[in-house]
Every structure is written in C-alpha cells, then in structure tokens.
Write a new protein. Structure first.
Length: 396
C-alpha cells in the first residue's frame, strides 16, 4: 500500500540500503501472492492446498499476510526511504520476516515480529513528524498506532473481529494522510481538515469499542467509513484531474472508484454488525475495492521511490483496474445469492492483480528498452521519472 509524505530524500543511498529496497519490495510481492492464494482457498476456489501446507496456512492467515506481510512491508519501506536512517529499515525487515514466519506455521513468532515491525513503524513516523510537523505527518502517527494496536491484539490471540478494525484503521488513516498531503495546495472549506480529523477519531473510537461491543463498535466503525468516503469524494482533487490526460486521469479513476467502494464497505460493515451475512462484502469492498484501487493508482509514482523501478505509463494500466472492479462487483453482488459467483469473482480479483504485476513488469522493461535506444527519452517519457514527482503534478 503506498505511504504518504514527501520529506526530502538524499540524492544517493548507501549501496547496501539501495539494494535492500528492491529485495524488500520483492518480499512484499511474494507475501502478497501467498496471501491471495490463501484468499482463493477461503473463497472456495480449488487450489493445490491441503491441511498442513503453506497454502492452507496462508488461507488461515490471509488478513495478516496481506496487511502486515505485504502492505506493511511496502509502506514501511517507503517510510524508511523518507527517514534516511538505517534504523528506519527495521520495520520493513521485521514485517517481511513476519510473513516468512507466518507461512512457515510459526504464528506466535510471526505475530511478535509484526508487533515489533509496527512499534518500529510508530517510532519512524514520530521521527518524521518531528522533522516536518504537519497535519499529514500527525495522521501518519495515528495510522501507525492503529497498526500497532491490531498487531498487539493479534499477538495476544484476540478475536478477529477485534483485530481487523485496527488493521483497517491503519490503512484508511494512511490513505487519508496521503490525500491530505498530496492535495495540500488545493483550496478547501476552512472546516474540511478538522472534519477529517473528527471522522478519523470516530473511526478509532469504533475500532476500540468493537473489542467490548462488536455491535456498537461495528456500527460506529462502519458509519465512520461511510462518512470518510463522502469526505474524500467531496474534497479530493481527483474530481478535477479526472479530465486531465495520461497518468493524472488514471490516478483519478482509481481514487474515485476506491472512494465509492469505501462507502459500500461502510454500509456493509454496519449491516454486518447487526447480523446481516455480508461480512465478505464489508471486508473486500474495503480491502480490494478501496485499498487495492489506491495501490494500483499510486504504484506508478511509488515504485520508483521505494525500489528504483522506473516505468512508462500507458493505457494498459486500465486493464487490471477495470478487471479488478468488475470481478469484485460480481463477487459481492453475485456471491450474495450463489457461492459460485463468490469463487469466480475471487479468481477474477486474483487475475486482476496478476495482470497488474505483468503490466508493471512490462512498463519497467519498456522504459529500460526506450532509454537504451534513446537516452534522451528520459525527458520525454510519460512516466514516473523520480520519487513521486509525477504524482505531485498529477494531484495538484
């Protein structure tokens, strides 16, 4: 999941740290593949996994692998690059090791490593907030604290219903900070910022209350998600950049579609709290519809920053995006009446993410090939030329 903030980065990094970025990014991708393979098993898709295998383990620990092993590693990696200090790398290294431990069946050790990763992540974000005091850096500390709370509960073997809201608080607050920072030059209503903080406080209250009262806490949490979707749709600059060409339009489509799914997830979360059998819709409207859409939208500007993978943006990026949302719609709408639709939709979701990986790999290869044949193409390429530079232009 892309992490926010563009605190100045050094022109060069030590060789060992420069090499760590691609390795950790690759580890996050592998954790994601394992997690989504396990997710297919959970959705009823036939898969070569039996009790005792890594795939079955991935199915049982799907959420921890996606949020901690994959997204936690990617976001921690971006924060480590921003901090420019070797200790900043402890968080993504610990979360990558946690994913390996979980897949090996060492759940207790993996949970403790996730708790360590998130504790280090809190410290990194506090350091960045002190370096650059700003509304978005304060929200990043809140997001990190949410991840820590969820991982502590996970290590304590708390019920999943008490853990998952904290994990989603981590992701939603991170994305809120991202959008607040990247659109900071946009004119907003004077009350917009404090309303965002109030809604995130409501989200935290719902996550905390769920531990004591799943119904009341779930209702508050879902309401906060729904209201946050409305805030994003009203105040994000994506409505304007939707009419721009190239990468800005692609990012806007990803953002607006994601906000719609966040609202649907909030409604489904409230319904789940009151006993409706729509838990899968609540979880995946947020996890796939919202979070994955944000990842697809920001990847062209995040990957150069964290892994040095510069890529050429093209219309092919719309293919996995459309496939993701169409198959998610089939999964949630059709799956409500027929389990076959749920399994088929889940398979389509996984296919969309694999297609996205293939598109990114092709875009990286195309960029390198273009530069070999014409070194001056660097200035003309419609790509993310450096850490977030294109993202800045796309969202202002």
């Amino acid at each position: 999941m892309p992490a926010p903030g563009r605190i100045a980065r050094p022109a060069a990094r030590p060789a060992r740290l420069a090499a760590a970025g691609p390795l950790l990014a690759a580890a996050a991708v592998l954790a994601g593949i394992a997690a989504f393979g396990g997710g297919l098993l959970r959705a009823g898709v036939p898969w070569p996994g039996t009790p005792g295998t890594a795939w079955a383990t991935a199915a049982a620990l799907h959420g921890a692998l996606v949020i901690g092993g994959m997204l936690g590693t990617v976001i921690g990696l971006e924060r480590a690059v921003a901090l420019r200090h070797p200790l900043g790398w402890t968080s993504p290294v610990a979360s990558a090791l946690a994913a390996a431990a979980l897949l090996a069946g060492r759940v207790a050790e993996g949970a403790l490593l996730l708790a360590l990763a998130s504790a280090c992540f809190v410290a990194v974000n506090v350091a960045l907030m002190r370096r650059q005091p700003a509304p978005h850096t304060r929200l990043l500390v809140l997001a990190a604290a949410g991840w820590l709370a969820g991982n502590v509960l996970f290590a304590a073997a708390a019920p999943a219903d008490a853990i998952v809201p904290w994990w989603f608080t981590f992701l939603v607050a991170t994305i809120a900070a991202e959008r607040l920072e990247m659109t900071r030059l946009m004119r907003r209503h004077p009350a917009a910022e404090w309303r965002l903080h109030a809604l995130l406080a409501l989200l935290v209250a719902g996550a905390a209350a769920t531990f004591f009262s799943p119904r009341a806490g779930g209702a508050v949490f879902g309401a906060a998600l729904l209201l946050l979707a409305g805030w994003f749709l009203r105040h994000d600059i994506a409505r304007r950049t939707l009419h721009a060409p190239g990468l800005p339009r692609y990012m806007a489509v990803c953002l607006l579609a994601g906000y719609g799914w966040l609202g649907i997830g909030g409604i489904a979360w409230i319904a789940t709290a009151y006993g409706a059998p729509v838990r899968d819709a609540a979880l995946h409207a947020i996890g796939l519809g919202f979070v994955a859409s944000m990842v697809l939208g920001h990847a062209p500007v995040i990957l150069p920053a964290i892994a040095g993978w510069k890529l050429a943006f093209g219309r092919a990026f719309y293919l996995p995006l459309a496939l993701l949302h169409l198959t998610l719609l089939a999964r949630l709408a059709g799956g409500a009446v027929d389990a076959t639709w749920r399994a088929a939709g889940a398979a389509g979701n996984a296919l969309a993410l694999l297609v996205f990986i293939a598109v990114v790999a092709g875009a990286v290869a195309w960029r390198r090939r273009a530069l070999v044949h014409d070194p001056r193409a660097e200035a003309r390429a419609g790509a993310a030329g450096g850490p977030r530079d294109e993202g800045e232009r796309a969202t202002r």
